[in-house]
Design a protein around this ligand. Structure first.
Ligand code: UFG
Length: 327
């Protein structure tokens, strides 16, 4: 059997860490990315096909040439706010283009798929920690786009035997422990890289979006999960799929939450740099607390996060960001 894995979106933040991790574990990774937000250099020399998976001709040629054993799909737009103001962009890329990819896979007899899903499919949590059985009630087009694909995948399995594992990330964070890869979104909207950019002097301050939530210190709580621990969960799911396992869905987090204030304190401690904080208004659509119950992934995949504490997550990301430290 082919040991080639097609990584769609493999030039992006999580995808590029996945590509490195796959190659380290004996797989041949081939990347497809339109480079709309990914970076050519992030594939670290893996074969890169530049194109759009919404283009059926591109997908057909790609699958015909690569003949992958499985496809991993990281190529989604991820900004909740933008999804509210421009839902067409989200449904076109995250749903319609994904369907084009899946139909190409059917045509080429590729029937193993790993999908990057999100905690945003749950909407406002009815309870935490959030397990797989939690009701799915996304509150924005981004979350809905991911939930649509999850449901599409159930139908494709039933009808066409396409086996898919949906991995619902909570807050992906951290960086390659070897410091070769990091997180670089444009614009950056995620909390940890923004605070690190304040610590390195690239930004004047971090704005805390609300301090009147019903949490211990009033700021929002999130479950930060190291990007390489996410990659490890994908690898375990991939091995199961290749061994003939059926479709599955898992929530991926550490099961412990940190508040925005705690994250800022951790960055101050790890970097040794001052971080100027400005208090701001709540950001629309932010639930007070999102924490994963990831027992199913631990039990079914044998997944054991290695970098579970926030100091390590921030430390790895700081190692990359501190190259920008202003003198
Ligand atoms: N935050 C700030 N200031 C900032 C940026 C963020 O206070 O400048 C706060 C947010 O309000 C939130 C927390 O930091 O409480 C984390 O925010 P992020 O934007 O880093 O992450 P989110 O929890 O909003 O979103 C992440 C992913 C989404 C995904 C979601 C799942 O980035 O793609 O988790 O709920 F949908």
């Amino acid at each position: 059997m082919s040991d080639t894995i097609l990584v769609v979106g493999g030039a992006g933040y999580i995808g590029s860490h996945m590509v490195k991790y796959l190659r380290r574990h004996g797989f041949a990774a081939v990347v497809a990315d339109d480079l709309s937000s990914g970076h050519r250099e992030a594939v670290l020399g893996a074969p890169l096909h530049v194109g759009d998976i919404g283009d059926a001709g591109f997908v057909d040629a790609l699958l015909g040439e690569v003949k992958p054993a499985a496809v991993m799909h990281f190529a989604s737009f991820i900004q909740v706010g933008e999804s509210v103001t421009d839902p067409a962009k989200y449904y076109r890329n995250n749903v319609t283009a994904t369907q084009t990819l899946l139909d190409g896979m059917r045509a080429h007899g590729v029937n193993k798929f790993i999908f990057s899903s999100t905690a945003a499919i749950f909407g406002d949590p009815q309870y935490v920690p959030i397990d797989e059985a939690h009701p799915k009630a996304p509150i924005n087009p981004y979350g809905r786009s991911k939930w649509f694909v999850e449901q599409m995948l159930e139908d494709y399995d039933r009808a066409y035997g396409l086996k898919a594992v949906c991995l619902r990330y909570f807050n992906a964070a951290g960086a390659d422990p070897e410091g070769e890869l990091g997180e670089s979104h444009e614009p950056e909207t995620h909390l940890i890289p923004l605070i690190l950019q304040v610590a390195s002097g690239r930004r004047p301050h971090i704005t805390v979006f609300g301090e009147d939530y019903a949490t211990a210190d009033g700021t929002c709580i999130r479950d930060y999960i190291h990007v390489e621990d996410l990659a490890e969960a994908h690898l375990l799911a991939l091995r199961q799929l290749l061994a003939g396992a059926g479709s599955a869905r898992y929530n991926l987090g550490n099961g412990s939450g940190y508040s925005v204030r705690e994250v800022i304190e951790t960055v101050r401690k790890i970097s040794g740099q001052p971080v100027t904080v400005v208090m701001g208004e709540r950001r629309a659509g932010d639930p007070p607390a999102l924490v994963a119950d990831a027992r199913a992934a631990r039990e079914a995949l044998g997944w054991q996060p290695r970098y579970a504490d926030l100091d390590t997550i921030v430390g790895h990301a700081w190692a990359v960001e501190k190259r920008h430290l202003q003198p």
